[in-house]
Design a protein around this ligand. Structure first.
Ligand code: ATP
Length: 460
C-alpha cells in the first residue's frame, strides 16, 4: 500500500468531487476561507458530533448540554478579555499592500517565536532581521499593530451602550454566562461540566490549509467546574479522556502529540494549557486544546454583570467561585485530521488505482451501499427491498447506475464499509454478496441474516 506524497491536494479534490466539502460561494468565484459541507460532509460531521455527545454527555452523569446564542451582550466580550486581548500583531507590506501576521512571517523566515512580545519589539525584529514580504520580496513594512480577531456586527434594537455586537469567537462564554441558570435549574453538583457544540467566528488574518484555519468553524467544548484544589488531577484526567476520544474516532496515535504551552505564552485566562497536536501533511499543528482557565471567566462575569456566580456547597457549607478545566475540540480540524489519516491510494492487481477512505465504521458517512448487478427489474426489485429493510437502521445508499466496478470505486472514495450486490444467484438462493471495503473480500450471505450480520460488523 503506497501513501500519496501530497495528500492534501488529493483530499481537497476528492472532497469536492465526492460531495464532502465545497469551496464557499463557489459560483461567485469563491469567498476566501469559507466552505460548504456537502451531503457526505454533513453526515461525517453529524456522526462525529453525535459520537462526541454520546461519549461526553450521555455516557457520563456529570455533564449536561447547552446550546447558547452566537450573538450575546457586548459586555460579555469585555468581561472575557476578548475586546482587549484577542489580538494578532499585523503588518502590511507598503509595496504590494498585502497583509500578514507578523509572528508567522518571523517564525517562517528566521524560526523565532515572538508570541507574547510587545508590538515595538516585533516591529524592531521585522526591521533588524530584514524580514521579506513573501508576495513581492521587498522589505518595506508598516509598524506592527493589533488586530482584533472578533467579527463585529451592528444591532438595530439593543439597549446596550452602543450598537456593536460580536459574533462569538469561542463557544465557551455562552456556557459561563448560563452557569447560574444551570446551577439553579438542574441538580448539578461540583464537579460537573457543561458541554456545547456550536459555531465560532474568527477574523483570521492568514487562514488556510483547507479547513484547518477558517473564519467560521465549529467547536465542541466542555467547561468543567471544579474546586480549585482538584485542578491538577482533573486536568490530567481530561488529557487522558481527550486522547481516548482520538482513539475512539480512529486517529492514528503515532501522529498525535502533547504540547505544553510555556508559562510566559499562556492566554490571558490560562494557568496551564496543553495542546494535542496532529501531524498534518503541512506540519505538526494544534488539533485540540486543554486549558486550566482558573476562576477567571466566572469572576469577571460576576464583576461585569453584578450578579453573584458563587456556588454553594451544601456538604461543606462553603460558597465559592468554581475553577474551570476546559477541553476544547475543533470539529473542522477533527474532520481534516481524519481525512488525512484515512485517505489511501493503492494499486490493484489489474494495475488500476483505488482511492479509499478508511474511516472508522462508527463515523463513516454511509454505512452500507446496495447494488443490483444490472438494472433489470428482477434484480432491482430485490435490491430495493433490501434498501428498505436496512435504511431505518443506518445511512444506506441504493445505486443501480453504471458498471459494478465503478460503483464499488465510488463507495470506496466515500469510505462506505460494506457493499451488497444482488445478482442472478440471489434470485435462486436468497443470498447476496457482502463486500468489505478494506479487504475487498466478498462473502455470500442469506438476505434474512443481513441485518444481524451487518449490525454485528458495524458494532465490532
Ligand atoms: P490556533 O493557535 O491554531 O489559532 P487557538 O489556540 O487559537 O488555535 P483555541 O482558541 O484553543 O485555538 O480554539 C479551540 C479549538 O478550536 C482549536 O483547538 C481548534 O481545533 C479550533 N480552532 C481554532 N481556531 C480555528 C480556526 N480558525 N479554524 C478552524 N478551527 C479552529
Amino acid at each position: 500500500m503506497k501513501k500519496n506524497v501530497d495528500p492534501l491536494k488529493n483530499i481537497v479534490s476528492l472532497c469536492k468531487r465526492r460531495g464532502f466539502i465545497y469551496p464557499g460561494s463557489d459560483i461567485y468565484g469563491g469567498f476566501a476561507n469559507t466552505y460548504s459541507f456537502g451531503p457526505y460532509g454533513v453526515e461525517l460531521k453529524k456522526n462525529i458530533k453525535d459520537l462526541w455527545w454520546k461519549t461526553f454527555v450521555y455516557q457520563r452523569r456529570d455533564i449536561v448540554g447547552l446550546d447558547g446564542p452566537i450573538l450575546m451582550h457586548p459586555k460579555i466580550w469585555e468581561a472575557s478579555g476578548h475586546v482587549d486581548s484577542f489580538n494578532d500583531a499585523l503588518i502590511d507590506c507598503k509595496e504590494c499592500k498585502n497583509r500578514f501576521r507578523a509572528d508567522q512571517l518571523i517564525e517562517n523566515q528566521i524560526n523565532k517565536d515572538v508570541e507574547g512580545l510587545k508590538l515595538e519589539d516585533i516591529t524592531k525584529i521585522v526591521k533588524d532581521e530584514k524580514i521579506k514580504c513573501p508576495k513581492c520580496q521587498k522589505e518595506n513594512f508598516t509598524d506592527a499593530r493589533h488586530f482584533n480577531l472578533m467579527f463585529s456586527t451592528q444591532m438595530s434594537k439593543t439597549d446596550a451602550d452602543d450598537n456593536i455586537s460580536y459574533l462569538r469567537p469561542e463557544t465557551a462564554q455562552a456556557i459561563f454566562v448560563d452557569f447560574k441558570n444551570i446551577v439553579d435549574t438542574m441538580r448539578v453538583k461540583i464537579p460537573f461540566g457543561i458541554a456545547q457544540i456550536g459555531k465560532a467566528f474568527r477574523n483570521e488574518i492568514t487562514p488556510g490549509n483547507f479547513i484547518f484555519r477558517v473564519i467560521e468553524f465549529e467547536q465542541m467544548e466542555i467547561e468543567y467546574f471544579i474546586e480549585e484544589s482538584s485542578w491538577q488531577d482533573t486536568f490530567d484526567k481530561w488529557l487522558t479522556d481527550m486522547f481516548n476520544w482520538c482513539k475512539l474516532i480512529g486517529l492514528d496515535s503515532k501522529k498525535l502529540k502533547e504540547k505544553e504551552h510555556l508559562k510566559e505564552k499562556l492566554s490571558h485566562y490560562s494557568k496551564r494549557t496543553v495542546d494535542i497536536t496532529y501531524e498534518f501533511p503541512f506540519g505538526e499543528n494544534e488539533l485540540y486544546g486543554l486549558a486550566y482557565r482558573t476562576d477567571f471567566d466566572l469572576k469577571n462575569h460576576e464583576k461585569f454583570s453584578k450578579t453573584s456566580l458563587k456556588y454553594f456547597d451544601p456538604i461543606n457549607n462553603k460558597k465559592y467561585i468554581p475553577h474551570v478545566i476546559e477541553p476544547t475540540f475543533g470539529l473542522d480540524r477533527t474532520i481534516l485530521a481524519l481525512l488525512c489519516d484515512v485517505y489511501d491510494e493503492e494499486i490493484l492487481e489489474n494495475n488500476e488505482k483505488r482511492v479509499v477512505l478508511r474511516f472508522n465504521k462508527k463515523i463513516a458517512p454511509v454505512k452500507v451501499a446496495i447494488f443490483p448487478l444490472m438494472k433489470k427489474e428482477e434484480l432491482t426489485k430485490v435490491a430495493r427491498a433490501i434498501f428498505e429493510k436496512l435504511n431505518p437502521h443506518w445511512s444506506v445508499e441504493y445505486d443501480e447506475t453504471g458498471a459494478i466496478g465503478k460503483r464499488y470505486r465510488r463507495q470506496d472514495e466515500l469510505g462506505t464499509p460494506y457493499c451488497i450486490t444482488v445478482d442472478y444467484d440471489s434470485l435462486e438462493d436468497n443470498t447476496v454478496t457482502l463486500r468489505d471495503r478494506d479487504s475487498m473480500k466478498q462473502e455470500r450471505i442469506k438476505i434474512d441474516n443481513l441485518l444481524d450480520i451487518i449490525k454485528n460488523k458495524l458494532e465490532n
